[in-house]
Write a protein that binds this ligand. Structure first.
Ligand code: GLY
Length: 563
């Protein structure tokens, strides 16, 4: 009887999954992704005895099939893990530039030619997602990787009904995909003429590649057939990636960046992501303001957070890059530095930020190895205390648009995340300098921010987002809404979003922001750009009773489910 009462209570309070993706009184774990088939794959991993790490790997491999325009094993990822024994691990599977990459490889007649950094052979960096998944599986998972690869291969073989977003992306990239015969065969000829939501996409070659990995192990990708095939294709298509680049790829286990905010611990991804550094820096900048009193959709709240974003993004443009190649100051994370910068924030008007700040000991205290809506984020957690935040990406839609024949694997275009020329914006309008200039084997700067929030050493939130530099703003806003306003993951994800990245001087706001607030922001001097919607974030956190609960961004067609 008491079980029946608790069942009813759980159902009424929304703690029992009701979307058919999994239900039961015992919460083994939660999964949140942008695509219900991938969420289901994560749940299946939990059901068959896996932990949150296995669930995250299942999600990643399945997203590569059903959401392949955003992420896949031809791209990279960052994974932040909090393990049941309390350790926090950050795995850097970011792409690297090929050994033959040069600083001016995207310049033609002295000018950046964006087309070649975004589409085709030169856009491709050496992918790191597969190395990361294999490492995470070996070290922290419980299920054999081959089981998860086979499950995803079956989805690729069987095919799946594309969703609205997939259909839209096919339309917007059709002309570029058409330039690459193998990609055209899969993504254009493999679907009806005018593809729409519900049409079925099968990917037999991708299934074959997953099975080759299951049978031959990770060497098939980095040292075997796949690396060789990519090298051969690159040679005849003007690329610079070689099989040797694949053989020398290294996933790097890095020290997470850590900060505190109102008594909570924030653990996030270090450089070459700018995400963790700037989420923490912005939280530091905001700690002295009473955000709760402002209200989470007020002009004061949007104004103050925007001012903090501008200061942080100015620093990003100057200081951030791959820490193995450029000195990235640790001082960016210091509370004293944030306190100094915060003095520039005025409540009555938008400031003009002309240049980056100068963090303390910028030249000597640096990170080192020893210590537009693309991309995808997923979060998982289990009852044992394993929590994962993982953001994965090919960069822009369908990455470089290149599929090397017979492999079914889309290759990324993350070379565009480098600063091709100082001060010249990349696809996302981001500018950068020397710290993010192209160099052989260097990793391009990222904004991906897979973040965990802990209280007294125990995780309470796993969060991250997709969407280039807006990833930082979205992740930040979910954290603020959770910690300052006590919102549930679902409420925090639904809250109004806004983003400012210093350059261009534009404050992007969602159209649901009140008209009065928009007017007030304009009065304070913010140049506004009103967007239909901004970004795609996913989160797993705790409900009011301290039980695991996940949420997918209501702006998309994703799902969250628990078991
Ligand atoms: N490609 C998006 C990022 O890594 O920031």
């Amino acid at each position: 009887m008491s079980r029946l009462i608790s069942f009813i209570v759980l159902l009424l309070t929304g703690r029992l999954t009701t979307d058919g993706a999994g239900s039961g009184l015992i919460s083994k774990g939660w999964v949140a992704t942008v695509q219900p088939i991938a969420t289901q794959a994560g749940l299946e991993a939990l059901k068959s005895g896996g932990n949150a790490v296995d669930a995250a790997i299942a999600c990643a491999l399945t997203l590569g099939v059903v959401d392949g325009h955003n992420s896949g094993i031809g791209g990279g990822c960052f994974m932040t893990l909090r393990l049941a024994d309390g350790r926090v691990v950050t795995l850097d599977g970011r792409e690297t530039a090929p050994a033959r990459a040069t600083k001016d490889m995207f310049l033609r007649d002295g000018k950046v030619e964006a087309r070649i950094s975004q589409d085709g052979a030169l856009a491709v960096g050496i992918p790191g997602e597969m190395a990361t998944l294999a490492y995470a599986s070996r070290r922290f998972g419980r299920l054999p990787l081959r089981q998860l690869l086979e499950a995803a291969a079956q989805v690729a073989d069987r095919g799946f009904a594309i969703d609205r977003q997939y259909a839209n992306r096919l339309h917007s990239t059709r002309d570029q995909l058409a330039s690459f015969p193998e990609s055209a065969a899969i993504f254009i000829q493999g679907l009806p003429h005018n593809p729409k939501e519900g049409d079925r996409l099968r990917q037999a070659d991708l299934a074959h590649s997953y099975r080759a990995l299951a049978t031959n192990g990770i060497d098939w990708f980095y040292k075997g057939t796949f690396a060789h095939d990519v090298g051969t294709w690159m040679k005849s298509h003007g690329g610079s990636v070689t099989a040797a680049d694949f053989a020398s790829y290294e996933m790097v286990s890095r020290e997470p960046v850590r900060g505190t905010y109102r008594g909570y611990e924030i653990v996030s991804f270090p450089p070459p992501s700018s995400g963790g550094v700037h989420v923490i820096q912005i939280l530091n900048l905001l700690e002295g303001f009473n955000l709760r009193a402002m209200g989470d959709s007020s002009a004061d709240f949007v104004h103050v957070v925007t001012e903090a974003m501008k200061l942080a993004f100015a620093d990003r443009a100057k200081w951030l890059g791959d820490p193995d190649f450029a000195p990235v100051p640790r001082g960016l994370l210091r509370k004293e530095y944030a306190g100094e910068l915060a003095q520039r924030i005025r409540l009555d008007r938008a400031s003009v930020v002309t240049e980056a700040g100068h963090p303390p000991q910028a030249e000597t205290d640096v990170f080192s190895r020893e210590q537009k809506r693309h991309t995808t984020h997923f979060s998982t957690a289990d009852l044992e205390g394993n929590w994962v935040a993982c953001t994965a990406s090919l960069n822009t839609s369908f990455g470089s648009k290149v599929v090397v024949p017979g492999t079914g694997i889309l290759l990324n275009n993350h070379m565009d995340d480098f600063s091709a020329q100082a001060g010249v914006p990349n696809y996302f309008g981001l500018v950068g300098g020397e710290a993010n200039a192209i160099e052989a084997r260097k990793r391009p700067l990222s904004s991906m921010s897979p973040t965990l929030v802990l209280k007294n050493g125990r995780p309470i939130l796993s969060v991250g987002a997709a969407g280039g530099p807006t990833i930082i703003s979205q992740t930040l806003l979910v954290i603020l809404r959770t910690l300052d306003f006590g919102q549930s993951p679902r409420e925090a994800l639904a809250g109004i979003r806004f983003h400012h990245q210093w350059k261009p001087n534009e404050l992007h706001v969602e159209k649901t922001l009140g008209k009065g607030v928009i007017k007030e922001l304009q009065k304070r001097g913010h140049p506004l750009v009103v967007e239909d919607s901004l970004g795609a974030a996913q989160a797993v956190g705790l409900d009011a009773q301290g039980q695991l609960i996940g949420a997918a961004d209501p702006r998309g067609q994703g799902s969250a489910a628990g078991l």
